[in-house]
Design a protein around this ligand. Sequence first.
Ligand code: MN
Length: 447
Amino acid sequence: MGWECYSVDQTHDPALTSWVPSAQGHPDFPIQNLPFGIFHRVDDKDDPSPARTGMAIGDYVLDLTACHDEGWFTGAADRAGAALAAPALNHVMALGRETWRAVRTQASALLATDSPVYRSNRRLGDHILVPMAEAEMLLPAMVGDYTDFYASVHHATNVGSMFRPDNPLLPNYKWLPIGYHGRASSLVVSGTPVRRPRGQIKDPKADVPEYAPSRSLDYEMEVGCIIGVGNALGTPVPITAAESHLFGLCLVNDWSARDLQSWEYQPLGPFLAKNFATTVSPWVVTLDALEPFRVPATARPAGDPAPLPHLTSPEHEARGGVDLTVEVYLASARMRAEGTAPIRLSRGRVADLYWTPAQMLAHHASNGCNLQPGDLFATGTVSGPTKDARGCLLELTWRGAEPLTLPSGERRTFLEDGDEVTMRGYAEREGAARIGFGECRGMVTPA
Ligand code: MN
């Protein structure tokens, strides 16, 4: 399966409306989106329902198992019944893109204002919709392996110039997507508190390191890519097939302890500075939903090398990019106590990344490494060419040299206890309905 079989269809029609009133004009979850997630009901604490697959529609979660059990799904969507009832998306994802598309397309028809099922039963929603306030969202997938990339050339250049002013960008950067293997066990869903890590810190003026709470805790605004279908060990994935392995995208906060990082990272790269917690948004926006927002892969500046043949194709150049906007907001404990709204720290564009999701996936499998359903890879910090597009505090405050001032008058170089970081992401363009990811949120608690 290549690129050619996907296109904009009736599910993306900006004129499409739903009988779920809050879906109309919803900034994240209109009927044109329909992202997948794993939820359980928490309205009845004595009888919590089992975790299962849902879809976001307006302010509700559509219970896909309930829809299936009513017999409203046909074909591939009907055959996905047992997988939809599982407490992680891995089983649905392993069934392949035809199945994901069928579920989304049939859910769209069911939720549309002209749905025959709805016309024959106006109380339909009582049975298959759960208010988001009564649903607890869980991690969307059982993530076996997590890989973090470094796909923003702006981030790589900024960070490189702080640590290696003479040589900011290493010679391999423009030839392959740099990454490291992260840790899956410490992935947490949005809303989970994040405890300030302790670790070895070596002050440049001190002779020896100390073991202490991190004093330079940071976030990294990233986009997550969730593998739907794996590849056999020893069998690379051609770039032309890469997207048929990719289920969808989510938001990721790669919390980073910069003081631990600077002492430990040589020679083998990030380790304990990164693996104490990584926050993931609960809703996975499928590539199908993102069809209207595909753009050419980022044009390389004159003089940059062309990607090697296994990392490019004409189709990839034409539409390998995704035009997403990602934003980071911060609210300190004092700001919340004073009723001050979170302040936006940055706004970046995924289309500014040097490497696309398909290139990261094809590179990851190019040595025969087997990807599996539910594997997560993240893009690395999404930063742009301007200061307001820097996706972490390390860059925004230039390693602490240029502190930020919050509306409360507080100053920040790195995160303080009680700070809450919220990331948001969305896609919008003329002629399409805006769709979004919801939020990826976490509050720092004391060490
Ligand atoms: Mn990262």
